[in-house]
Each structure stands twice: as C-alpha cells, then as structure tokens.
Design a protein. Structure first.
Length: 277
C-alpha cells in the first residue's frame, strides 16, 4: 500500500489517549463477505478506533479473527453492553474479551441508555456502571463510556463525571447535539460521533443520487467533513461493509479541509430538504 499522510489525531477527552479522528463503526461490517478485508483495510489506513457491541451480531467475532491474524498493534477497541445490571455488564465484558481474543478492551460503553428509567437503572447500586467499574479495577477494560440517542441523557452523562466518553448522533441531519459536544469538551469528556454521514439508509439514497447526478452538496464526503470540522469531536465512526467505503472516508479525512460556517449552514439546509422540511 502506498505511503499516505497520517490521519489527524485528537485527544479522547481527558483519558490521556489520542486517537485518529476517523474510526470504524463495525456494526454492519460482518454482514459483507468482505467484512474482514474491510477491517484490515481500516487498520492499514491508520483507522484505529474500532467500535462494536455485544449485540452487533458477528462483529466482535470478526474483530477477534483479525486480531488473531495480525495482533492487537494499533487497534483501539471499543465495545458496549445493553445490560442494565452489574452482573450482566461484567458477564458481557468477559464474553467480549473472549470473542475479540484480547486480554483487555480500551473502552467499554453502556449501550443506548435512552430513557430516564434506563439512566436510573445503570447508575443505581448494582447497576451496569458498577459492573464496568469492577471490570476496570480488574484491568479488563481501561475506560468507561456511554452511548445514547437522547440529548437529555447525554447531558446527564457528561455532567455526572462518571464517563470518559459519550457517543452521540451528530451530523448535518442532526445538528441539535452541537451544544452537547461543546459541553463535553468543557468537561473533558471525549465525543464519539455515530452516524456521521447519516446512517446506512440515508447514505444509500445519497449514493444513488450521486450516480444520477442529482446529489448536489449532500454527499457522504461533505457530511463527514461537516462532522470533522467541529473541534469538539474526538472521533467519527462511519460504518462500512466494503474496503472501498473505508478508503473513501480516509481520503476525505486526510483532505484536511474543514468547512466554514457558511458551508455548514448550507449543508444543514440541504439535509433538512432531504426530508422535505
């Protein structure tokens, strides 16, 4: 593979760890016959932050196969648990370690904490946060994070002081989370951006529009540039099922061309029009 410029690195909150600003969301990667090649390509290109979860069917096992094949070097592994109890969270950590063939996991997250009931359950005595704290004490995981699709829960997580990272949806389709990104930066909490190019359904429609010459400015490359133009973002994790998508995303990240405010507003308007708003 030809020598390329390194991906820009950013601090992951106050963890003391710097990561490449482009990661890989590996939820759908195992659904392709080229899943392993996609993961290898990502690592070869310096995309080190690999995000998975216990509930992403086959994802941890795919990662484990590649880890056994090439070793851990350079990979920052992040997984998640849907469990809301301490015992369940510890059980999931142990299963993740076995599936990915590693002795420790860099970041383990509470998965999709969406409602006030979810929040109370994971934060209570005997809740999942307690289980991850035990796993961290045992040296099985290094950092604890939380993922959510809810702005209120995101704010609670940032203000709690318990989480090294939060995973939030943020894009030109969903700019409403921008104030939370700023709050996280102020509090030293790393921000992992899910769906930076809008999610698989929107991306498929956009790619068809590109093929037909009707996409305008609403392209995956511009959407990724939009996210990476925000300095409060630690890492963006677009999903990919094929090596070509990873190569495209890496090329966009390496372009080093942040959007100015005018470009960002134009893209937000185009994204709103995508829904006929």
């Amino acid at each position: 593979m030809a020598v390329m410029d390194a991906l820009k690195r950013r601090p992951l909150g106050a963890t003391g760890v710097d990561v490449a600003e482009l990661g890989l969301g590996a939820m759908d990667t195992p659904t392709s016959r080229e899943g392993a090649a996609t993961l290898r390509t990502a690592l070869d290109l310096g995309i080190e932050f690999i995000d998975t979860a216990r509930d992403y069917a086959g994802s941890e096992l795919l990662i484990g196969g590649v880890m056994r094949e090439r070793g851990r070097a350079g990979a920052f592994l992040a997984s998640k648990t849907f469990s809301r109890t301490a015992s369940g969270a510890q059980w999931d950590v142990d299963r993740s370690l076995r599936a990915m063939s590693v002795e420790s996991i860099d970041l383990y997250q509470l998965h999709d904490v969406r409602t006030p009931e979810d929040w109370r359950a994971v934060m209570a005595e005997g809740g999942a946060l307690e289980g991850l704290q035990v796993a961290r004490y045992r040296g099985l995981i290094r950092h604890i994070g939380l993922s959510t699709h809810t702005l209120d829960i995101g704010r609670e997580a940032i203000l709690s002081g318990e989480f090294a990272t939060v995973m939030l949806e943020y894009s030109a389709f969903y700019p409403e989370s921008a104030p939370l990104l700023e709050l996280a930066a102020e509090r030293g909490v790393g921000v992992i951006v899910m769906r930076p190019v809008g999610g698989s359904g929107r991306t498929s429609i956009m790619r068809r529009s590109i093929e037909h010459g009707t996409a305008g400015i609403l392209t995956p490359a511009n959407l990724l540039r939009y996210v990476l133009s925000n300095p409060a973002v630690s890492v963006a994790i677009p999903g990919a099922r094929f090596p070509g998508r990873v190569i495209e995303n890496a090329a966009t990240a390496r372009s080093g061309e942040p959007m100015d405010d005018r470009e960002r507003r134009e893209l937000e308007r185009a994204a709103a029009a995508f829904y006929g708003d």
